[in-house]
Design a protein around this ligand. Structure first.
Ligand code: CP
Ligand code: NVA
Length: 304
């Protein structure tokens, strides 16, 4: 049977997400009650980081430990990947020594090539084009706070980046709509959007994109790997801050999300991210719970 990987959000069906979300609930409840849940006892996760991380590393490492297994951290600087070992060779070696692999890297083609040579499931911990684990946590957080996300409106304000492309895939799977507003010159890369995706609308004005939204979300204006463009981006994104005036255009009960790390005064005002509509800390915590369910599903399949 083909190995199941999680390389982009569209890799799972709605049925699989419903299962993973239900397991996330169970696993979270047990964690809160200090009840052990060692479904991956004696299993090993290898984590490969080619970019910085706080949340992703912590949630995968702590999560694997809590599942009764072990997690090993590798980065480009200390491993042979940094000295040019072919990705295909690394995949074959690593996947003979562990049960599941998580990678944070640059181009999506790197993780696709790695997965093609891996004997075990591979999870995307962020690429330039996708961040599916984060959007899984975000969808879980929305459902936890407000119920079903079907037919809801998510406003995406800011850069057309990995988070947006995973949100656009999630909209197709879960049946919600995304209002997208990006500044001129930082438009949606249509290569990253499936040709049949009718689940989004573009707005030139970011405040209009927030109109009647159920969830307003944004992300850094300069993603990892694009640091050289920072000064130009700061200029181009002027006006795209999510502030109280934009939140006021959304529904009264709208939530605010940000995958973090955040820059107060750039993509979001302190008043919004630290205000009553913000669920950013729940969102960050939920990375732990949904990824434990994801690891369990990829390694063991459906167990309940
Ligand atoms: N949101 C997120 O992936 O955070 P890190 O970069 O800290 O892992
Ligand atoms: N878009 C951001 C997300 C960080 C978690 C980046 O790629 O740097």
């Amino acid at each position: 049977m083909a190995i199941k990987h999680y390389l982009q959000f569209s890799d799972f069906t709605l049925d699989e997400y419903e299962y993973v979300i239900e397991r996330s609930r169970v696993i979270k409840r047990k964690f809160k009650n200090y009840e052990p849940h060692h479904s991956l006892a004696d299993r090993t996760l290898v984590m490969v980081f080619e970019k910085n991380s706080t949340r992703t590393r912590l949630s995968f490492e702590a999560g694997m430990h809590q599942l009764g297994g072990a997690a090993i951290y590798l980065n480009t600087r200390d491993s042979q990947l940094g000295r040019g070992e072919p990705i295909e060779d690394a995949a074959q070696v690593m996947s003979r020594m562990c049960d599941v692999i998580m990678i944070r890297t640059f181009g999506q083609e790197i993780i696709d090539r790695f997965a093609a040579y891996s004997r075990v499931p591979v999870i995307n911990g962020l690429t330039n084009e996708q961040h599916p684990c984060q959007v899984l946590a975000d969808v879980f957080t929305y459902i936890e706070q407000r119920g079903s996300i079907k037919d809801k409106v998510v406003a995406w304000i800011g850069d057309a980046n990995n988070m947006l492309y995973s949100w656009l895939q999630a909209a197709e799977v879960f049946g919600f709509h995304v209002n997208v507003s990006t500044p001129k010159g930082y438009d949606i890369d249509m290569k990253q959007v499936s040709p049949g995706n009718r689940r989004y609308t573009f707005f030139a004005n970011p405040a209009d994109a927030c109109q009647d939204a159920d969830l307003v979300t944004t992300d850094v204006w300069t993603s990892m790997g694009y640091e050289d463009e920072n000064a130009a981006r700061l200029k181009a994104f002027d006006g795209w801050i999510v502030d109280q005036a934009k939140m006021a255009r959304a529904r009264k009960d709208a939530l605010f999300m940000h995958c973090l790390p955040a820059h107060r005064g750039e993509e979001v005002s302190a008043e919004v991210i630290d205000g009553p509509q913000s669920v950013v800390w729940e969102e960050a915590e939920n990375r732990l719970h949904v990824q434990k369910a994801l690891l369990e599903y990829l390694v063991l399949g459906k167990v309940a």
